[in-house]
Design a protein around this ligand. Structure first.
Ligand code: ZN
Length: 168
């Protein structure tokens, strides 16, 4: 799978994971609300609310990863941490947790792959005085090249000094 396919795969898994954690959060919060309505403690609503928040944040993170791979390692790490926190909030029935962790790991792995690609980093602009001295262009009289061996000879030469071929 290509790097891009790898990231897409992880991003989709992460999105599904975030959605599952959100879904479980909604269910948990609903149950908590029912318990609250029946005279239970409002504390019972908290894990569900936590799951909803974590699920939403995870989905935002993986949506950001769809748009750009900028900071994907950080986003991937945050996603894994959030998935771990979601263990206290239902964790999307653990499937959501697992998907979010795999998605986060994919984002981090993609980022590492991406940095190994020799794309051109921004170079500091150097002034002309700092520029490396370039060799002066060879004199035009050396511009005759041998068609046989490629040796550059003085233009007045009639035979190649290297292989002896006649120079046109
Ligand atoms: Zn030659």
């Amino acid at each position: 799978m290509s790097d891009e396919g790898f990231l897409t795969f992880g991003t989709i898994l992460g999105l599904v994971g975030g959605f599952l954690i959100l879904l479980f959060g909604v269910i948990e919060a609903s149950v908590g609300v029912v318990i609250l309505a029946l005279g239970g403690s409002w504390v019972g609503v908290l894990p569900g609310v936590g799951g909803i928040l974590i699920g939403i944040i995870l989905m935002v993170i993986f949506l950001l990863l769809v748009v750009s791979d900028e900071g994907s390692e950080t986003l991937g790490a945050v996603a894994i941490v959030l998935a771990l926190v979601s263990l206290a909030c239902g964790a999307g029935g653990l499937v959501g947790f697992a998907f979010a962790v795999v998605g986060g790991a994919c984002a981090m792995a993609f980022s590492r792959e991406n940095r190994e690609v020799p794309y051109h980093p921004r170079k500091p602009t150097s002034s002309s005085s700092e520029a490396a001295p370039t060799a002066p262009p060879p004199s035009p009289r050396f511009y005759r090249g041998c068609v046989n061996c490629g040796t550059i000879s003085p233009v007045e030469a009639t035979v190649c000094p290297n292989c002896g071929s006649k120079l046109g």
